[in-house]
Design a binder for this molecule. Structure first.
Ligand SMILES: NC(=O)c1ccc[n+]([C@@H]2O[C@H](COP(=O)([O-])OP(=O)(O)OC[C@H]3O[C@@H](n4cnc5c(N)ncnc54)[C@H](OP(=O)(O)O)[C@@H]3O)[C@@H](O)[C@H]2O)c1
Length: 286
């Protein structure tokens, strides 16, 4: 497994598994398969409503806690300082993992500076090891760090060969903030997975188009967290450490960049929806 050293010296596996839209009942089998194959990093969130199942799967794996990297995320209605203090403890209680390796602000709306202060205190208290952001644009990232004691180690954003995030990566470089790709497979977009280039490169390397895309992420320096509940996919997505794309091949994938995300939401909608969208995590967590 490739490990990436973050700006606080913590190490994160470059390939993990995501559990967005995975029902709690399906988390156990998927994660048992993933741990068996060799994955050691899981990406969940308060809003995914499956933290309890993720924690149970980690305990059931029999692996040592220190060998697994757990990421979770706070949701905007919990972004005031005092609310975030409570939300962090609730996340910890649901996961039951003692500490969270990486805690992210899930969205760039609401009182994210207040929440960040609570997250910094959680680091000082040993509840959280590393902090990061998700879905922050450059302006709000700049606003956050202007009042922060701890710099985000990770910026989790949509990223795949159709949306390569080159400008954001340049912006993040001075902070040594690493890009973590959500929708690393474009949410299984048919057009992306059927790109003739990936089929051609896959044939050459004896790999599938998906494996070529995931290998591209690794060689681009991205952390990738593809989601799957299909054991065959979970296994094959991990089988990407025994080949390398040439610089010419990487350059040809660079040309696929459309610099356009699949997921788009006007900023004003985000400002209204995210801080208001109240999920009763305690009642709905399964
Ligand atoms: N921070 C955020 O706002 C945010 C937003 C979205 C996602 N995320 C994180 O990023 C993770 C990944 O994003 P995502 O799940 O939306 O999209 P994704 O990983 O790009 O795509 C997942 C889809 O790809 C399919 N798939 C996986 N491996 C495959 C393979 N080898 N061959 C064919 N199909 C394959 C999966 O189906 P099968 O189950 O059938 O394999 C699933 O339908 C999430 O789970 C979550 O942890 C974060």
């Amino acid at each position: 497994m490739n490990m990436i050293t973050l700006n606080n010296e913590a190490q994160i596996p470059q390939l993990g598994i995501g559990v967005y839209q995975v029902r709690s009942a399906d988390c156990g089998p998927a994660l048992a398969c993933a741990f068996d194959v060799g994955y050691r990093s899981v990406d969940t969130a308060n809003a995914y409503l499956n933290e309890r199942a993720v924690g149970a799967a980690i305990r059931d794996s029999g692996l040592s806690r220190e060998d697994i990297f757990v990421t979770s995320k706070l949701w905007p209605p919990d972004f005031r300082y005092d609310k975030a203090v409570v939300a962090i403890d609730r996340t910890l209680a649901r996961l039951g993992t003692g500490y969270v390796d990486l805690l992210l602000l899930h969205q760039q709306y609401g009182d994210y500076r207040g929440a960040w202060k609570a997250m910094e205190e959680a680091v000082a208290d040993g509840k959280v090891r590393t902090l990061g952001v998700s879905n922050f644009n450059q302006r709000r990232f700049t606003d956050l760090v202007s009042g922060a004691k701890i710099l985000p180690a990770v910026a989790q954003v949509e990223c795949h060969p159709y949306f390569q995030q080159r400008e954001l990566k340049e912006f993040l470089a001075p902070f040594a903030t690493v890009l973590e790709a959500w929708y690393p497979l474009g949410h299984a977009d048919r057009g992306l997975l059927a790109e003739p280039l990936f089929a051609r490169l896959g044939e050459k390397h004896g790999k599938s188009p998906v494996q070529v895309i995931l290998r591209w992420h690794l060689q681009s320096g991205n952390i990738a967290i593809p989601r799957s509940t299909n054991p065959e996919h979970i296994r094959s997505n991990f089988d990407i450490f025994d080949f390398a794309l040439t610089s010419e091949e990487m350059a040809s994938i660079a040309e696929l960049d459309r610099n356009r995300p699949f997921f788009r939401m006007p900023d004003w909608v985000g400002r209204i929806i995210f801080p208001a969208a109240r999920i009763n995590f305690d009642k709905r967590q399964r």
